[in-house]
Structures are given as C-alpha cells and as structure tokens.
Ligand binder design. Structure first.
Ligand code: HEM
Length: 168
C-alpha cells in the first residue's frame, strides 16, 4: 500500500508525468540520432549514441508504465475517462514494444557502428505511436482533468510543496 502511494506521487504532483518526460526525451533523442546517423553523418558514433539513448528511454518507459498503471487502476471502469486512459495505455504499450524491438534488432549495429534500417524503421514507428499516445495522455489530464486539483487560490508554498496542510 505504501509502495502504491509512493508510485502515485503527491496531490497535484503525480509521479507519472516526470517519468514520461524522461521516456519521451530519450526516445525522441534516440530516433533523431538514428535518422541523422543513417543519413551518413557521424554514423559510427551515432550508431552507439542512438542505441544507448534508446536503452535509457526503455528504462524511463518501464517507470512510466508502472506509475501510469497505478493511476489507471484508480479509474472507474467503463467511464469516458477510462476509455481515453485505456486507449492511451494500449498505444503506449505498442510504442514501448516497438522501441524494445528496435533495441533488440539495433544491437548488432551498436557493436558494428552502423544504424540498421530495420531498427530505424521500428524506432520511427515507435516515435509515431509515442506522439499519438502523448496526445491522448494530454486528453486524460487537460480534457478529463485527472489528477488536476485546480486550486488557483492555493498559497504558492503549499502548491509547490504539498504537506500536511497542503492540497489533498
Ligand atoms: C512510455 C510510456 C508512457 C508515456 C510516455 C506516457 C505519457 C503520458 C503523458 C504525456 C501524459 C500526460 C501527462 C501530462 O501532460 O501531465 C500521461 C498521462 C497519463 N498516463 Fe501515460 N504514458 C505512458 C504509459 C502509460 C501507461 C502504460 C498507462 C496505464 C497503464 C498510463 C496511464 C496514464 C494516466 C492514468 C495518465 C493521467 C494521470 C497521470 O498523469 O498519471 N500511461 N501519460
């Protein structure tokens, strides 16, 4: 139970978004570096760089999946919010699987200093899914208002550092 509330984060400060920032940042860097390397610019170096960025993305992706799952489990089944969040879940699982496959197929290129075509195609497909999933993630928060407290009059101190007397 303690672990669950730890994974949930604090009121107004869910843990899922910072993990998604890490995943989206690393996956984006990996995809761009792979494309630049495949275009022939510093391919030897970027074959290593993009693959390492991909591994970092997978690490953050796993943390994003766990923290997202904790929030998803709290949603009432069958509601519009649940449908949006479940669509987000499915798209993000697909994105992470595509990046995972890209990492497996791209490992030989990491060793040989080449960006493989199949790995690059998988990464680009993963990036498209990631973008669609991020858009849907935004709908969960900015349309349905999940985990949003909307307290414009909350004092800045407790808004930044929720404590005993902070927002709940
Ligand atoms: C790499 C994987 C994932 C990424 C990059 C990602 C990305 C995002 C983004 C960008 C948001 C909007 C946050 C904001 O703008 O404040 C979001 C919200 C959300 N996501 Fe994900 N997501 C991922 C995986 C998952 C999974 C697997 C689930 C469910 C099992 C999930 C459930 C949620 C929920 C419930 C929210 C709204 C509440 C919250 O912020 O926790 N996500 N996600």
């Amino acid at each position: 139970m303690r672990l669950l509330s730890l994974l949930k984060g604090l009121p107004g400060h869910p843990l899922h978004p910072p993990m998604t920032d890490g995943a989206i940042g690393a996956y984006t860097a990996a995809t761009v570096l792979a494309a630049v390397g495949a275009a022939g610019i510093a391919e030897q170096e970027l074959a290593k760089g993009w693959w390492l960025a991909l591994i970092i993305g997978l690490g953050f992706g796993a943390l994003a999946a766990v923290t997202g799952l904790v929030d998803w489990l709290s949603i009432t089944r069958g509601t519009p919010l649940w449908r949006t969040a479940t669509t987000h879940l499915i798209v993000m699982v697909v994105a992470n699987l595509l990046f995972g496959l890209a990492a497996i197929l791209g490992h030989a290129g990491y060793v040989d200093g080449e960006v493989g075509t199949a790995a690059l195609v998988l990464a680009v497909c993963g990036f498209v899914a990631l973008t669609v999933g991020g858009w849907i993630g935004g709908s969960i928060v900015y349309v349905h208002g999940m985990r949003v407290l909307e307290l414009p009059e909350e004092p800045a101190t407790s808004a930044i550092l929720p404590g005993e007397k902070g927002p709940s």
